[in-house]
Design a protein around this ligand. Sequence first.
Ligand SMILES: Nc1ncnc2c1ncn2[C@@H]1O[C@H](COP(=O)(O)OP(=O)(O)O)[C@@H](O)[C@H]1O
Ligand SMILES: CC(=O)OP(=O)(O)O
Ligand SMILES: [Mg+2]
Length: 354
Amino acid sequence: MILVLNAGSSSLKIEVFDAALRSLIAGSVTNLGTAGALKLGEASTAIETRDHAHALALMLAALAEAGYPLASFTAAAHRVVHGGAILTQPARVTDPIIKTIQSVIPLAPLHNPNNLAGIDALRATAPEMPQYCSFGTAFHATNPDVAIRYAIPKTQHDAGIRRYGFHGLSYANMVADFGDALPARLLAFHLGNGASLCAIREGQSIATSMGYSPLSGLTMGTRSGDIDGAAVLRMSKSLGEDETDRMLNKNSGLKALAGDNNMKTLLERDDPEARFAVEHFCYWAARNAGSAIVAMGEVDAVAFTGGIGENAAPIRDRIMDLLGCFGELPVHVITADEEKQIARDALTLMAGGH
Ligand SMILES: Nc1ncnc2c1ncn2[C@@H]1O[C@H](COP(=O)(O)OP(=O)(O)O)[C@@H](O)[C@H]1O
Ligand SMILES: CC(=O)OP(=O)(O)O
Ligand SMILES: [Mg+2]
């Protein structure tokens, strides 16, 4: 059995898989750092957590109680949000790999430290257990230089200011899910609270809407999506760097347009702000899609995943309406499953003797 850990900025998700990639049990700790909840299987308990390491300790205790003690796992596998320019393949956790993950903390300050906390905690409690990690940026390593490079001086590029792209584990899982039925040129949308799209040609990412950070591209739940750098500079002057960061990442997007980042609620409302926010979301998804289709030269099919992509038919329909200029396209809906991709990567590495 493999224990998969997916540490987000304010949550910890876990899932246990067997060697045939079947899910045995899943759980989560949400609202980390405040009054939150620990869910495992069907059970839910209110808990107060200090940090990710504490949340993991509580989760391991709950797993043991449910019949999955730490000693029963043959390996653990983690999501690491950012692999930087170097970590573009899943890897076994070793000292050099940990050093590299640490070195890209400045690129993902809200995520990578939490991913490392999980790795460190398991190393301390179960030093003999092999650990593996999969990188959220890795799927986009196949983007050509022309797509990766910002047109800024090379010193800045070399310092890491370039496009990386995110949601890569979700896109990789989508490709695996299609199997032999994968369309040659697929326009893929991951629409959750964070939203992005990806041009997937012959199974490889060749363009994606997120860039240096998960802020850019489509209109999202609380993130602005694309915004002119000069506007960011000006706001930063008046509000300060921290407040501008908070505003663009946490108080923008659907939340800024209609007071709520929950798409389900917005679709149930029937006021002008909610309708405008929904239209903004679909319009920018489709405009970015045009750019991705140009990168592929042609498009054969469209796939949607993520909480919105999977559940919100009116959003899928509106985006497809806007893409009508590309003709009638087959539409697929795929269940997002990053945990399954992390487990798949670990099993592949283990089968290869790593
Ligand atoms: N039935 C539904 N109809 C419309 N939107 C939905 C539905 N179910 C979930 N959503 C939306 O999905 C989004 C959350 O997506 P999810 O992928 O779970 O987020 P995260 O990026 O945090 O993992 C929310 O905006 C939520 O309202
Ligand atoms: C950081 C990231 O890629 O994920 P999300 O959009 O779900 O925050
Ligand atoms: Mg899952």
